[in-house]
Design a protein around this ligand. Structure first.
Ligand code: LLP
Length: 446
């Protein structure tokens, strides 16, 4: 009882609750799974399980390949969004390269079949042993003045990229904005001369400029920063490639608008052409989205394992067998994901539509799957068919930064399984559910 009170008191109701309508058992609301497949997933793999869709992954990769460009284009996948080998292999087959953010991601990409030359690394931590990967062909974007010094001191003779913070950023939330004075990512724009001097001092050839300004970026800001990034290129005559990062918006909810790649790509293609006319330099373009490629390609299949009601003035809660251990974005950003309650077909028609709050299985009041948009602390009940124990709760558009960005093992819940719906339609396990033994295997009791 005490725990309940603590949980309640730390939550607040959104001042203007946003109500999303989700229909019961209307299978059109599910992105790529049928009711029969949900049953099969529960039987064969258990819940919660992440289920990826190969067709969507391939379609998105092909859409990205069609990005407008003037003088050559190489799309990369920001693998931090979903780094499971089966996903990486599909993108490898589709001809994408990799944007890695740590030495460990580089290792995973290589083990999944990527050649070193198709991997670019922009990391906050440039580990000492990274020099060997650089010698093996991994392309490194130095992200701070200290990284220039460190890489320079290795005297490898390998060309480098420089990641700049262009001074402006844009993200779906403040936490996903990584440009401007509040962001530590990249060399601050005003340190351009300093960066040049250091590269000269260490004899580093700069061949790439890199900017990434946020996730869920305003398309107008993204286009503007493309122009600003060309000014950075001007300062380095040896640069042949400009990488404009990722950040394309996707529409997870009906009121959201996705970025149109053709619409933002065309003006960028034109400024590359103008730049070539003016300077004679025909730059190659790179982009490296994560969200765009995977967000819609995955659903989290969970089960309602309990319900509770806090009476008039309170809420009806649906408690899942998943939560922040699988899906942290709502708790972290107040992010919105479509939620589908899938009941037994015979019962579904009788279910009334009511406001409900969906919570996770952790004893943590922040484990909330229906926060107010942009406000993780506020409850925003959703109008949904009355959920009951045993129903499926399928959370959609969870391909990006969900399975890869969790509070894994909190409350000692094991890591969920991952499944791939293959293009032939069959369901294949691509990551086993963690066992209890694996959960405690690194503990040492002396
Ligand atoms: N390139 C770099 C250097 C990055 O740091 C990122 C994301 C990307 C590309 C891909 O950005 P995307 O296309 O996915 O927006 N956890 C947040 C997003 C933070 C991503 C950090 N870096 C989320 O759940 O939306």
């Amino acid at each position: 009882m005490k725990k309940r009170i603590i949980c309640e008191s730390s939550r607040k109701l959104a001042t203007k609750p946003t109500i999303f309508i989700v229909k019961v058992n209307s299978m059109n609301d599910l992105k790529f799974l049928s009711r029969e497949e949900l049953e099969q997933i529960r039987m064969e793999f258990g819940t919660p399980s992440f289920v990826y869709d190969e067709n969507t992954l391939r379609e998105k990769a092909q859409e990205l390949q069609a990005f407008p460009h003037a003088f050559g284009f190489f799309p990369r996948y920001a693998m931090k969004a979903a780094p499971t080998a089966a996903v990486l292999r599909i993108f490898n087959e589709e001809g994408l390269g990799i944007d890695a953010s740590s030495i460990f991601e580089v290792e995973r990409a290589i083990r999944s079949g990527f050649g070193t030359e198709s991997i670019s690394l922009s990391t906050q931590e440039l580990a000492d042993d990274f020099r060997y990967w650089a010698q093996d062909g991994v392309k490194i974007n130095l992200c701070s003045l200290n990284q220039i010094r460190k890489f320079g001191s290795w005297k490898l003779g390998e060309p480098v990229g420089l990641r700049f913070n262009p001074g402006t950023g844009s993200g779906g939330t403040n936490r996903t904005n990584v440009g401007g004075p509040s962001s530590s990512f990249g060399i601050w724009k005003d340190d351009l001369e300093k960066a040049k001097e250091l590269c000269e001092e260490f004899g580093l050839e700069v061949e790439r400029i890199h900017t990434h300004i946020g996730s869920g970026s305003d398309p107008e800001v993204w286009k503007k920063v493309a122009g600003m990034s060309l000014d950075l290129v001007r300062a380095f005559p040896s640069v042949h490639t400009l990488n404009l990062g990722g950040g394309f918006k996707v529409a997870r909810m009906p009121d959201e608008t996705a970025t149109d790649l053709q619409e933002i790509g065309e003006p960028v293609k034109n400024i590359f052409r103008e730049f070539a006319k003016e300077t004679g330099r025909k730059l190659k373009l790179e982009v490296e989205p994560g969200t765009f490629l995977v967000a819609h390609a995955c659903s989290l299949v969970s089960s309602i394992q309990d319900t509770t009601d806090t009476g008039s003035g309170g809420y009806r809660f649906l408690k899942l067998d998943a939560g922040m251990t699988e899906l942290l974005r709502p708790s972290l950003y107040g992010a919105q994901h479509p939620i589908n309650i899938v009941a037994d077909p015979e019962e579904a028609a009788q279910r009334e539509t009511i406001e409900q709050v969906v919570v996770g299985h952790c004893c943590e009041s922040g484990d909330l799957l229906t926060p107010a948009p942009g406000d993780p602390e506020a409850l925003a009940p959703r109008e949904m068919p009355r959920g009951e124990i045993g129903d499926f709760c399928v959370i959609d558009s969870v391909g990006a930064y969900c399975s890869s960005m969790t509070t894994k093992n909190y409350n000692s819940f094991p890591e969920a399984a991952e499944v791939l719906k293959k293009k032939e339609g069959n369901l294949a396990l691509i990551r086993k559910r963690q066992t209890f033994e694996q959960l405690i295997e690194n503990e040492v009791v002396s």
